[in-house]
Ligand binder design. Structure first.
Ligand code: FEO
Length: 678
């Protein structure tokens, strides 16, 4: 039975998923399956873009027949001759003999190599820039050699701005009923498999990918239709950004890909000790046992990380086989511009360090952090100091401004922190409103997704050539987790004209529930790729985290300021200004609500039957359009507690909220609530 998806009114996906394939291309495990995409255009002429792998041909032919609804197939456009897309071409032509094949000269040659049937009599051979009119649509053709084979071409539909990209922008993984990338959390749930697909399949051909990206940059693209994975119609820039990094061999993160090959566990022990020392120094580590983890996952991690560490035992006077296979794969993929460190083991003649060095020296732009560390059979006390030195060298390279205590520095006795009991504390939370905090929007980006929240805690904490700032973020905030993961953030300093709705948007909802940037009209970013607020902010600071301290409810991040931008001379909004002028005043709870109008932006209530056309909200300055009519109601007062920070009312009959109560809006605890009746 047919199983298709609509891409546009006249464009149907007629491909299929395969979840039984053990090894894609005979090499790459695909535990999440794979999709083979084919697209059918129903214009005045009918056009099929590519076919599918033999394994899913049954569904594919059902899909094509269903899509055509009895019409003949006028054209088959072939973008790529690899059999996962081309194996069913001959069968298709037997079923639809009137089809004209549209392809380039290299594809024509390969058709003759793969199939016995002479297809040359029903073929149009096109060159780059040639066009094909099918009625409403006009297609032009773009050569994309080595993305991923030499014959590959792409098609661009100028009518609906669709780019058919062959293997480019594909991913491993079955579509599972979806068709568009925006129907899933691609940058969170799929990016690892997309990276594994790109780096292993096309990773060697970064220069050719760059050439095609430059051609594509001249096109106005609304839809991207690859031969594997999702169709893109939104947020394509996030994925394109990754392609730019991968194809230029630019690491996505400053971190270590640590792969080891160990026979009896001693080399693994050395690798584990180094990993622990790296993590102690704040270096992110991804770790792999080459005897267990397929090379494709390690290749993807090597593209992702800035530093590579390989640890291998010596075996048959060579490199242990699983590591040798991995390193041959690394060399075959031409990974460039990485810092490498090596660990070797050999009970009587350690050789793997030198052999690994010889192999990896073939890679362009690589450098070795130091000579390989050698153990004979097992890790000894002296090795620990060597591993410490290597961890320091890697951490210094990743964090050049890292503070490392020098032996000559005086040792200062640190007093044990005082233990304070709750009974000794007498705190009025409103006293904290007297601090002259500023207010800021803190933003970060992780896996292409943007995050942001309101803070009131940014402060410069160190002068010098590299200035440092500190921010404190509530642990429950999604942005806090994302900064821990990304290690970087921007601070947009808010101005007095910032409306309350901005505080509601960034402060009163969670990034776990909504995408706070989905419908904003701006997309301004610093060179770290993180968004900032171009309006209602007077300056932005781009920062890289040096260290963080968990304070229980919050995390304190200390960061170097890498980039700044002054946006305006508008005065900064202080916390006191916010409470006095921006935050709506608490409305007294009416005995009985009379009819009137309520501002949908800030909640301000105006009693009365009519609202004048020129009425402006005294709190948030929005006009009559922002108000909604509220009929008269009888209000029964409820006992409860009101949040002094955000105004949230929690109905509650007892004398005190539970000790672990947290405001569902602003995440402050019960100490910030006071009794109220509403
Ligand atoms: Fe999906 Fe290069 O084939």
């Amino acid at each position: 039975m047919h199983c298709t998806k609509k891409v546009l009114d006249d464009l149907l996906w007629v491909g299929a998923d395969d979840r039984r394939l053990t090894c894609f291309e005979g090499v790459y495990g695909v535990p999440e399956g794979v999709s083979y995409n084919s697209y059918l255009l129903l214009d005045e002429k009918t056009v099929l873009f590519d076919t599918v792998d033999k394994a899913v041909s049954h569904t594919f032919f059902d899909n094509v027949a269903y899509g055509l609804q009895g019409r003949k197939l006028d054209y088959l456009v072939i973008h790529h001759m690899e059999p996962d897309h081309a194996a069913t071409i001959e069968d298709l032509v037997y079923r639809y003999p009137e089809t004209t094949i549209v392809c380039n000269a290299k594809i024509k040659t390969m058709l003759g190599q793969y199939f016995d049937k002479d297809l040359t009599q029903q073929m149009i051979v096109v060159n780059e820039g040639d066009t094909l009119e099918t009625g409403k649509h006009v297609f032009s053709f773009i050569n994309a050699p080595m993305v991923h084979w030499p014959e590959v071409m792409m098609s661009y539909d100028a009518t609906d701005k669709i780019l058919f990209t062959a293997d480019a922008f594909g991913t491993f993984g079955a579509l599972n009923g979806h068709i568009f990338a925006d129907e899933v959390d691609f940058m969170h749930d799929w990016i690892d498999e997309a990276r594994r697909y790109y780096t292993n399949i096309v990773g060697k051909y970064g220069m050719q990918v760059q050439m095609v990206l430059k051609k594509a940059a001249k096109l106005d693209i609304a839809y991207v239709c690859p031969l594997h994975g999702f169709v893109w119609r939104k947020h394509f820039g996030d994925f394109l950004e990754k392609y730019n990094l991968w194809s230029t061999y630019t690491p996505e993160v400053k971190g270590v890909c640590l792969a080891y090959a160990s026979v009896y566990g001693h080399t693994e022990n050395m690798a584990n000790i180094l990993a622990g020392k790296l993590v102690d120094r704040g270096v992110p580590v991804e770790m792999f046992d080459t005897s267990v983890i397929p090379a494709s996952y390690i290749i993807a991690s090597a593209f992702k990380n800035s530093h590579l560490v390989f640890a291998a035992t010596t075996y048959n006077a060579g490199i242990f086989v699983t590591m040798e296979n991995l390193l041959n794969d690394v060399v075959a993929h031409s990974i460039k511009n990485r810092k490498i460190a090596l660990l070797e083991n050999g009970s009587w003649g350690p050789m793997s360090g030198k052999l690994m060095t010889d192999l990896l020296s073939k890679l362009p732009g690589v450098s070795f952090i130091q000579n390989p560390i050698t153990i004979k059979s097992s890790v000894k006390e002296a090795t620990l100091a060597e591993l410490d030195a290597l961890a320091d060298a890697i951490a210094d390279d990743i964090f050049p401004n890292r503070h490392t205590p020098k032996e000559s520095e005086p040792v200062v006795e640190v007093r044990e922190p005082a233990v304070v009991t709750k009974a000794e504390v007498s705190v009025d939370p409103t006293a904290f409103f007297k601090f002259s905090y500023g207010l800021e929007v803190l933003t970060t980006v992780k896996d292409g997704k943007d995050y942001g929240c309101i803070i009131n805690s940014a402060a410069q904490v160190s002068e010098g050539e590299l200035k440092k700032v500190a921010v404190s973020v509530i642990n429950k905030n999604n942005t806090c987790d994302m900064i821990k993961a990304s290690g970087k953030f921007n601070i947009s300093v808010l101005t007095e004209d910032a409306p309350f709705s901005l505080f509601q948007h960034f402060g009163f909802q969670s990034g776990r529930d909504v995408d706070k940037f989905e419908n904003v009209s701006y997309n301004d970013r610093l060179s770290n790729g993180i968004r900032y607020l171009p309006e209602y902010a007077n300056a932005v600071f781009g920062c890289e985290v040096i260290t963080s301290i968990d304070l229980g409810v919050s995390t304190l991040f200390i960061a170097n300021v890498i980039e700044t931008k002054v946006l305006s001379n508008a005065p900064s909004a202080t916390y006191a200004y916010y409470h006095a002028h921006i935050k709506p005043k608490k409305q007294p709870a009416p005995e009985a609500q009379e009819e009137g109008y309520r501002c949908t932006i800030c909640g301000y209530f105006v009693p009365g039957k009519e609202l004048p056309d020129d009425y402006v909200c005294p709190l948030c300055k929005h006009g009559k359009d922002a108000f909604e009519y509220v009929p008269a109601v009888t209000v029964t007062k409820k006992k409860g507690f009101i949040c002094k920070v955000c105004g949230y009312f929690e109905p509650f009959e007892g004398d005190q909220l539970p000790a672990d109560y947290v405001c569902p809006i602003c995440k402050h605890g019960r100490d910030d609530f006071e009794p109220a009746e509403m």
